[in-house]
Design a protein around this ligand. Structure first.
Ligand code: 5SP
Length: 335
């Protein structure tokens, strides 16, 4: 009996020992797997940080070059030695030579609902959300600041019920932007973009918008020089550079607005820069190269049989020409 008990005790001890060793082995291999994964993440983070630092250094040098070039061109244009168009082209060239590109701002695509079939706005919104839209661009027009009327807070409020999660970027083409801040917030707006040309007290308006918790956007008509916006750029979240005269969809993209975008990108490497008007797969490259990261597109998205394809094409352009991603890192085009 004693012999048997001793035998089983020894066996049980051996078994416990083996179990302990197995657990130890499993734990060690799990630990080394976790360490390997951590190392990969750390390496990726380092590469990303290095790229961002390089981009920032390039942009600083580019900014000095841009500033100098633009000053010369502006002085010449003021002395009527250069036409406005030639001066813009020269500025664009200066920005290009200065390699104002590659930023780390996330690419966001916002279909403009103005181009949708407004008799079934909610379904149209759901269609582009399913197609990969990052946000919806909602053009509020009052028939005074622009020669067209669209919708206001009540329509936005109803749309919000159908699309509870998507970001609403409200582009306020109105003469009195101070009047609608709270209404837009209450209707479900996430971003309030006012036109600098319409604001009586931009600093006060920016504070008013911020107090509601909405993101602040500042839009510029094509004729407004970028210099007019500089005092407010640091206080807003997004600068919207209009690439058509505001008021209507389906207009021709104004490539001569790109120096504004490039200049702004060089000055503010981390700011969201939005472009709006005439953007589609055929025109987006110029905007992406100049440094825009938020792309509003109406007709090109809603007139397409497959909006998801257009949205992906716009995104790829910004990722490639703006973020400097390699071919393998780009968003895949849907089949
Ligand atoms: O704000 C506006 C027009 O004022 C834009 O949002 C347009 O709605 C863009 O439409 P497409 O030019 O892309 O068709």
């Amino acid at each position: 009996m004693q012999y048997l008990a001793a035998k089983y005790q020894t066996r049980a001890r051996d078994l416990r020992q083996r179990l302990r060793e197995d657990r130890q082995k499993q734990y060690t291999s799990l630990l080394s797997a976790v360490r390997r994964i951590q190392a990969v993440f750390r390496r990726r983070q380092l590469i990303r940080r290095k790229k961002a630092e390089e981009a920032r250094a390039n942009q600083k040098a580019a900014l000095v070059l841009c500033d100098f070039g633009r000053r010369v061109v502006t002085i010449m244009a003021a002395k009527k030695e250069l036409s406005r168009r030639v001066s813009y082209l020269l500025q664009l060239l200066i920005c290009r030579v200065a390699k104002v590109m590659c930023h780390c701002c996330k690419c966001l695509i916002g279909p403009s609902m103005l181009a949708s079939d407004l008799s079934c706005m909610a379904d149209e919104a759901k269609k582009v959300i399913a197609g990969g839209a990052d946000y919806l661009h909602l053009d509020v027009m009052d028939g005074h600041f622009v020669p067209n009327i669209t919708w206001g807070p009540p329509v936005i409020k109803h749309l919000r019920k159908h699309c509870p999660d998507i970001f609403f970027d409200c582009h306020m083409m109105v003469s009195n932007p101070e009047q609608w801040v709270q209404e837009i917030k209450d209707a479900g707006g996430d971003q309030y973009t006012f036109h600098l040309e319409a604001a009586r007290d931009p600093a006060g308006l920016i504070e008013q918008i911020k107090a509601t918790g909405m993101r602040v956007g500042m839009a510029l008509r094509p004729g407004t020089p970028i210099e007019d916006a500089l005092p407010w750029v640091d206080s807003v979240d997004v600068v919207l550079v209009m690439t058509v005269e505001p008021g209507f969809g389906g207009q021709k993209f104004m490539a001569d607005m790109m120096p504004k975008v490039a200049y702004l990108r060089a000055k503010c490497p981390e700011k969201d820069i939005e472009v709006d008007g005439g953007l589609g797969p055929a025109t987006v490259d110029a905007a992406a190269r100049a440094g825009a990261n938020m792309i509003v597109a109406g007709s090109s998205v809603f007139n397409s049989e497959v909006p998801a394809k257009v949205i992906a094409a716009l995104r790829r352009s910004v990722e490639k020409l703006g973020n400097g991603k390699s071919e393998e890192e780009l968003t895949e085009l849907p089949s």
